[in-house]
Design a protein around this ligand. Structure first.
Ligand code: UD1
Length: 367
């Protein structure tokens, strides 16, 4: 058995979680291969992140592309199994909660290869979210469960996970953010868009629960119309959302004064924009965390969050589609009376180091 670790990345939110682990593995002379499943494949959903984050070219590209959940998950499994049958790593490390995460974990486990899950234990308790299913199942078959916040450990123990497998290491995505802060600051991307510091809002939107249903998406777009009258908006549109806007004929509803629409943008550009934003409106998981770390007000267009620490200590508020409530918070934010947010334990730039040290001690030295 070769002492090699496989790192799995497939979709946009995976790349910033894999990136900080790579220099740490290199530093410790641990051999690894990077596998890109191809779940996301557009330049601005994938390659730009490799460029921005100095991630090396993937060693193996599975080229699965978009499809229904079952087809996409199955395709990843079929292709990844072929890879694992040729070369047996000592560990398959998966991150986050996308279909690639579960598919690769399942293939590895059935071939008796250990699985490490970075960002384990987060729970929204909403089984309609595909990510929740991916999280629950991946955690059940992982040997190493690396958690970002205390709630995760409680969830995992309740689900019967052996506490010895759980490691509270902090947030690897924040490692990445800290590392890139200077570069993003120097980019001054807001100036390039003529957005004045502290006087614009950022919006991201892509959850099926928000964009797939015509009525829900319409309500949200109407709320943007309220917001644009208060503050300038920058809105990079996710491919899923773009397709739905076109399908429902909402293009004219959204193309309005004070809203800048764009294609999805790169990591550094988005971080640069976050740094100068007055507020963020999102349904992303990661942005709730990044905004909390940066102490930027963030209103989350979801019924729940699997990242409760961002509400308890961070700058996040869950608003779902309760837009009256949202207006109240926007008033608070614009008059600087919104909650300020506090530091979050172990979100300190040292998480990838903690993970690699645990792997050295518990895995590599024992093999
Ligand atoms: C996936 C993840 C979600 C994550 C999101 C971030 C799952 C179940 N969902 O959702 O957790 O928050 O990524 O973006 O894994 N498309 C393109 N180009 C691409 C990728 C996708 O045009 O590079 C289009 C395709 O039409 C596709 C649609 O976007 O059908 C959705 O892509 P998919 O990967 O299925 O789900 P996301 O909504 O991106």
């Amino acid at each position: 058995m070769s002492k090699i670790i496989y790192l799995i990345a497939g979709a946009r939110p995976n790349f910033m979680k894999i990136a900080p682990l790579i220099p740490q593995l290199n530093k410790e002379n641990i051999k690894f291969k990077l596998i890109h499943t191809g779940q996301h494949y557009d330049y601005n959903m994938s390659k730009i992140f490799f460029k921005d984050l100095d991630i090396p070219e993937p060693d193996i590209y599975l080229n699965v592309g978009s499809a229904s959940h079952a087809t996409q998950t199955a395709k990843i499994m079929i292709e990844f199994e072929k890879v694992l049958l040729k070369d047996r790593p000592i560990l398959v490390l998966v991150v986050g909660d996308v279909n690639s995460t579960l598919a690769c974990a399942l293939v590895a486990k059935k071939l008796f290869i250990k699985v490490a899950h970075v960002e384990a234990g987060l729970r929204s308790f909403d089984h309609k979210m595909p990510e929740e299913i991916n999280r629950l199942l991946t955690d059940q078959i992982s040997e190493f469960l690396f958690t970002t916040e205390m709630s995760a450990e409680i969830n995992l123990k309740r689900e019967g996970i052996n506490p010895e497998k759980i490691y509270f290491v902090g947030n690897v995505m924040i490692d990445n953010l800290i590392k890139n802060l200077e570069k993003a600051r120097n980019l001054n991307y807001n100036k390039k868009l003529n957005l004045e510091e502290n006087s614009y809002a950022l919006i991201t939107l892509h959850r099926p629960s928000n964009v797939d249903n015509k009525k829900d998406l319409e309500k949200i777009i109407e709320f943007f119309d309220y917001l644009r009258k208060k503050i300038k908006i920058f809105f990079p549109i996710h491919p899923r959302t773009k397709k739905k806007i076109e399908k429902f004929n909402f293009s004219n509803k959204i193309k309005k004064d004070n809203i800048i629409l764009s294609e999805p943008i790169g990591y550094l550009e988005f971080l640069s924009l976050m740094l100068g934003a007055k507020l963020i409106l999102t349904d992303s998981g990661g942005i709730q965390e990044e905004a909390s770390f940066l102490k930027i007000p963030v209103l989350t267009l979801r019924k729940n969050t699997e990242r409760p620490i961002t509400v308890q200590r961070g700058t996040n508020t869950i608003i779902d589609k309760n837009f009256d409530q949202a207006k109240k918070y926007i008033k608070e934010i614009l008059s600087n009376n919104y909650k300020k947010g506090q530091e979050i334990e172990k979100w300190d730039g040292q998480t990838s180091k903690r993970i690699v040290n645990i792997l050295i001690e518990k895995l590599i030295e024992n093999n």
